[in-house]
Design a protein around this ligand. Sequence first.
Ligand code: TYM
Length: 333
Amino acid sequence: KQRVLTGITTTGTPHLGNYVGAIRPAITASQRADVQSFYFLADFHALIKCQDPAQVQQSTREIAATWLALGLNTDNAIFYRQSDVPEIPELCWVLTCMAAKGLMNRAHAYKAAVDANQEAGEDPDYGITMGLYSYPVLMAADILMFNAHKVPVGRDQIQHIEMARDIAARFNHHYGEHFVLPEALVDDNVAVLQGLDGRKMSKSYGNTIPLFLPEKPLKKSINKILTNLLEPGDPKDPDTSPVFQIWQAFATPEQTAAMRQQFAEGIAWGEAKRQLFELVNGQLAEARDRYEALLANPAHVEEVLQAGAAKARAYSKPLLGKVRDAVGIRPIR
Ligand code: TYM
């Protein structure tokens, strides 16, 4: 069976970008009988950005509830928390010894942090932890641990999948063929979903629309999407508008063509946003109710995660055994 795997970092509340970029395609893939999917909550990754334990826990609960509310079939898909699989950090160390430092120097997240320091006139490494620097290696361990073939992600993660391939190829070259070379799976209709201000929707920019906002706050949030000063009746450019871009991520091709037409005819911004709210709210309302119910029942969510971890470890333990053997480390007895 083809193995599909993806993860979400447990910082903050899931937003529309995570949904269209990762969660929605992953849930669709999990319904296919010819696919074995692995979905996980990347809580070790969360420690890189968030040193508030309560927040890491809260976000883990929210993201778990999100996947379940959106209809993840946990009979088909293996759904687990990264930190419940101790083989992952162990594999991470072995891979760290195979990962070229020069490759890590090129990682976008690390480079962005260095650039920001330089702009601020600070030491280039100011505030940068080894966690941030090694982030792509931990991600490679997540993927290679289950020999995933395909990794559905948003565009911002493609570089990391390429790094995982590179590390896997090096390992295979040196120690024999143990790892599948993974490929990123990017939904071209979606690319990178824009946030309220037109930049990439991201927790770190504070421009997100949380996925399960109650109706009224959702409407308010959509009303805050940046628009230009064009009046009703003025033709508007869909391709530069986050309103249109978010529309496109939720609409059918026919609905998208119709909205493009309305932009050309000068639809008022308020009206475009009203229609966007109706579309998004219509698709999320039922799942939102299930989400609220799941948040109120953390014991159930935990049970699901523990069952998922047990299934995941049925894969990770034997693979790690082979890796230990391959590199000359005594197997755990
Ligand atoms: P994270 O938590 O930042 O984002 C989770 C997923 O959501 C996608 N995404 C977006 N897609 C479209 N438009 C956006 N505005 C947008 N914002 C986020 C991301 O591309 C990602 O697919 N390092 C990863 C988590 C991770 C992982 C892994 C993923 C850890 N290990 C192994 C795949 C395989 C991350 O921080 O994603």
